[in-house]
Design a protein around this ligand. Structure first.
Ligand SMILES: C[S@@+](CC[C@H](N)C(=O)[O-])C[C@H]1O[C@@H](n2cnc3c(N)ncnc32)[C@H](O)[C@@H]1O
Length: 209
């Protein structure tokens, strides 16, 4: 069944009471693919890590457990998600190990070359001009830094059929991989895996040294 527009809009930018509920549900629904992303990032203990569209913040909290001497930043433009993540992970925030920031990925609130690793999961569908956002991620990653982009591609026909195109711009895997290259990254790998009932693509890329 096609997702109602009201619900699809909450996936793009959660708001209000419904947004609070979405934050909880989303954290459970996307945990498996986020765990794969953490593996693909190959975190080192002292890595500085950025998550773009961090939502609930659970993945960043796990990253902080893996790269326990590093620093971890999550950016999201939904104030509901920003509040939810900051409260839920307040211990890590208080210790200064994780920072959640309110902002849009077309203009990231970080200096050049600030991070060793960066990732974004289920967020690319909402970028009208993905090259702009990918170029920003490239800017804030240090040379040699690793980037993982995870999404359901157009090859997942069930996803296309159930998610309204007014909200979700679902692109073929090859088109996204091409955009990642055009943003200045070197391709490392493109993987496609079935995760629960979803078909997921993972593009692993590096900023050239
Ligand atoms: C579908 S949720 C995915 C959340 C999380 N990454 C996960 O996998 O569970 C998409 C998140 O990206 C955020 N988002 C979408 N477009 C964004 C943008 N341009 N800048 C910052 N955050 C964005 C939304 O607010 C939402 O929290």
């Amino acid at each position: 069944m096609r997702k109602p527009l009201l619900v699809a809009k909450q996936g793009r930018r959660p708001t209000g009471l419904l947004g609070k509920l979405v934050a909880r549900v989303m954290a459970r629904q996307t945990a498996a693919e986020n765990d794969i992303v953490l593996e693909l990032l190959r975190l080192d203990p002292a890595d500085c890590v950025l998550e773009v569209g961090c939502g609930h913040g659970n993945t960043l909290a796990k990253a902080a457990g893996l790269a326990s001497r590093g620093s971890h930043c999550g950016v999201d433009f939904s104030s509901v998600m920003h509040r939810h993540a900051s409260r839920r992970h307040r211990g890590l925030v208080r210790e200064g190990r994780v920072g959640f920031h309110l902002g849009g990925s077309e203009r990231l609130p970080y200096p050049d070359r600030a991070f060793d690793k960066a990732y974004a999961v289920h967020t690319v569908y909402f970028w009208g001009a993905p090259l702009e956002h990918l170029t920003e991620i490239h800017r804030v990653l240090r040379p040699g830094g690793r980037f993982v982009l995870a999404f359901r591609p157009a090859e997942d026909t069930r996803f296309c059929a159930t998610h309204p195109s007014e909200i979700y711009c679902i692109r073929p895997e090859g088109e996204i991989a091409d955009l990642v290259g055009r943003a200045g990254f070197d391709a490392v790998d493109t993987l496609r895996r079935a995760v629960d009932t979803k078909l997921m693509s993972f593009i692993v890329a590096a900023r050239p040294s």
